[in-house]
Design a protein around this ligand. Sequence first.
Ligand SMILES: C[S@@+](CC[C@H](N)C(=O)[O-])C[C@H]1O[C@@H](n2cnc3c(N)ncnc32)[C@H](O)[C@@H]1O
Length: 394
Amino acid sequence: MPIEFEQATADALALIGDTKSLVRAVFSGRRRNMQPHAEKIELRPVQIKDEIKLQVIEIAGTTSKTSNIARDSNSIIEHMNSGFANILIESVTQTMTIRFTKKGDAQVFIEAAKNQQSLSHDKQKQRMLDATDPFLREVGIADAHGRIKPTKQDKYLQVEEFLRILVPALTSAVAADHIEVSDNKPMTIVDHGCGNAYLTFAAHQYLRETYSLIKVIGIDIREQSRRRNSEIADRLGITDSIEFRAEAIAATEIDGADIMIALHACDTATDDAIAWAINHGSKLLLVAPCCHHDIQMQLIETPEPWPIILKHGILKERFGDILTDAIRAQILRIMGYRTEIIEFVGDEHTPRNIMIRAIKTDAPLDQTAVDRYEELVSFWNLTPKLSQLVKLPV
Ligand SMILES: C[S@@+](CC[C@H](N)C(=O)[O-])C[C@H]1O[C@@H](n2cnc3c(N)ncnc32)[C@H](O)[C@@H]1O
């Protein structure tokens, strides 16, 4: 229900000021016609000597600035009022999401949760995954003592950061009734191109703590993946709520899922995954694409004055990547999804660190989005793979 801006910020301030129960607060997104001074601000309580302070991390581009302030500092409200569209506050017992609307009022969602507070001052993030969860050992990320293997650190962090984005996106989607939570019907999650199912198992283990009824399905074209992952699920005793199938994404027989995730599904397998989600009405998509060849190979004739850029091989490759993901995001927008492209993990952990996050809102068709899409593909003379897999209203 919309409430007044002042009331929402007062509620948020009260929760943030309660450092006994605050786990973290995140300010993100941009309100219409406003320009906050950072892309994102994270606050969390930290113990410094005998005092509890609020650690504030302001993230802008690739830089971040950390400071420690009093819990009643005026700068909290200044940050909050500087133009952020979304406020997420996690306390030990609840998660509150505030979205400031274009009209200037606020949509507030509150959900019971079990979040853990950590007051340690070092910059180590609170982990999403319990390093001692047996699934990490079974999938080969942790050793027999529950320590993350050095060779698997990058994959572990990719999965952690993927979950860090999935969880609040799902909380907001549930709060906004885009995804239904029911006692009779499981929430369904499909992981396309799951490979060794690091992400599939991680999502399962994490989400089953919050949502009592879930069904997670990992799809990979390789029978060997299906066999290996099914055996692990068997050993973990979770075959009731997780399943693996050896199928091509485009030909899978499962008939839909609330949430579709895909981490590095190769080349146009990412397009297959997005198309499948659109065609089956998935409500939330989180996709971290892998290599891009489809559009790269179509960048044959370069219209003027673009040779200035594209005569350099490395720039042409990066441009092809950007064009590919921008086109995917635009198609999702046209098909009724609110879509963003974000960085989900530092590039030191994978060069493929872009994520497309899309939530189905069924907003009315935006003809400008269609016109822009058509202009772009005709300018570059492209037939994107994804455009052939969905029925675009063009
Ligand atoms: C780079 S791996 C990523 C695996 C896993 N998601 C991860 O991040 O560890 C890509 C996986 O996609 C699978 N794959 C590629 N094309 C596929 C398709 N069309 N249908 C189903 N699986 C596919 C491959 O077999 C491979 O296991």
